[in-house]
Design a protein around this ligand. Structure first.
Ligand code: FES
Ligand code: FES
Length: 161
């Protein structure tokens, strides 16, 4: 669990989402539709984004689970967390953990994604607040920073359109 060997006892019918929130106290993973439609419960299972409301916790025995709580390191926030904050890509924030983890997996696979690749990767994550543009821009800026380029957000992006 977020890089640490973890043991937890839980009722066998529980989903990964339920065990994370109720048994491990990791409430960064959000509870939305519970139907596999909103993406807000997304976590990484062996570094692949999954909808934790549709995964039985028992199926995660011996596997690596990462949640938003595992994104920041001792050195600070993950670049995606920084750019979501810098560019206003998180408003109410309810969808944000799912977007962050989905985007992290995308950037691990494709360090220089096109706007279409970002849009496609994030298509399963719904946001009621932002209109998505700021989220796409935040992913692009984080990708640039992770490549060592463009360390500052574009001024027109910070002040909006
Ligand atoms: S709560 Fe899992 S997809 Fe909506
Ligand atoms: S920031 Fe509110 S749902 Fe996305």
């Amino acid at each position: 669990m977020n890089g640490e060997p973890t043991q937890v006892a839980f009722a066998p019918h529980k989903t990964l989402l339920e065990v994370l929130r109720e048994d491990l106290g990791l409430t960064g993973t959000k509870h939305g539709c519970e139907l596999g439609e909103c993406g807000t419960c997304t976590v990484l299972l062996d570094e692949i984004p999954v909808l934790s409301c549709l995964v039985l916790a028992q199926a995660c025995d011996g596997r690596r689970v990462r949640t938003v709580e595992g994104m920041a390191t001792g050195e600070g926030l993950h670049p995606l967390q920084e750019t979501f904050a810098d560019l206003g890509a998180a408003q109410c924030g309810y969808c944000t953990p799912g977007f962050l983890l989905t985007a992290e997996a995308l950037l691990a696979a494709i360090p220089t994604p096109s706007r279409d690749q970002i849009r496609e990767a994030l298509a399963g994550n719904l946001c009621r607040c932002t209109g998505y543009l700021k989220i796409y821009e935040a992913v692009e800026l984080a990708a640039a920073r992770m490549r060592g380029e463009d360390a500052q957000p574009r001024p027109e992006t910070i002040h909006g359109r």
